[in-house]
Write a protein that binds this ligand. Structure first.
Ligand code: ADP
Ligand code: NI
Length: 212
């Protein structure tokens, strides 16, 4: 199989895994992350392995703790093994998947350019108009209130505390979404994140105008 055929097969694999998702992590999220990653790669003009970037983008959420109960990246490993991806490449892809997620104080800044690009690509999809839509979809699915009188703004928490927190969705903007622009690794993503964050700030201003 050519690399192009493996990427197509990977799209089919994630289509079936995310078929029933209504938490903002549907098939189209992974496709947008893939497209963001390709855009970043093309704009940064850096030496990077595009095949690794593509597979890591598509597989980045297949073992996410919020969505699956798998152990040791078994969904990702299943695809990589079944398609005879060599060990060296597979390990690099699993490493990227492990470094991408936001973990509050325990978030990792990746060392490789491929991981930096995939992390930025995933984060771009958490902000702006699409980010707002996804946050409320996730919140609704997890029984979170839309907002409360006093937003929880404490982001100085460990990954364990972050996972346990059940604060409302507007609080999620202060705990995570508004900070992402300062955590981007690449220039392209930083610029795009500033634009998308300005949009979220306008949304929050309008939101408070209407509800206060
Ligand atoms: P990460 O691995 O960095 O969490 P994901 O691709 O899994 O990235 O996406 C996180 C998405 O889930 C975001 O759109 C985010 O808004 C949503 N999300 C996660 N936790 C919450 C939460 N507590 N409240 C609302 N949305 C959340
Ligand atoms: Ni994601």
């Amino acid at each position: 199989m050519t690399e192009e055929e493996i990427v197509l097969k990977c799209k089919e694999y994630i289509k079936q895994l995310f078929e029933n998702d209504s938490t903002g992590h549907d098939y189209n999220h992974s496709i947008r992350v893939l497209n963001n990653a390709i855009n970043i790669y093309q704009n940064e003009q850096v030496e990077a392995n595009l095949f690794i970037i593509q597979l890591a983008s598509l597989l980045h959420d297949v073992d996410d703790y919020k969505l699956f109960d798998t152990v040791d990246y078994e969904n990702a490993r299943k695809f990589l093994n079944e398609n005879n991806i060599d060990n060296n490449l597979s390990n690099k892809i699993i490493q990227i998947i492990s470094e991408v997620p936001f973990k509050a104080k325990d978030t990792i800044t990746p060392k490789t350019i491929e991981a930096k690009i995939v992390q930025d690509a995933d984060r771009l999809d958490a902000i702006g108009a699409i980010g707002i839509a996804r946050a409320f979809a996730y919140g609704g699915k997890h029984n979170r209130q839309l907002y409360s009188k006093h937003a929880d703004k404490n982001n100085n928490i460990s990954f364990e505390e972050y996972k346990k927190s059940s604060s409302d969705t507007i609080s999620h903007f202060y705990i995570k979404l508004l900070h992402l622009k300062n955590l981007m690794n690449t220039n392209y993503a930083k610029k795009e994140a500033i634009r998308r964050t300005d949009y979220m700030i306008s949304f929050l201003n309008e939101f408070y105008k209407e509800v206060d």
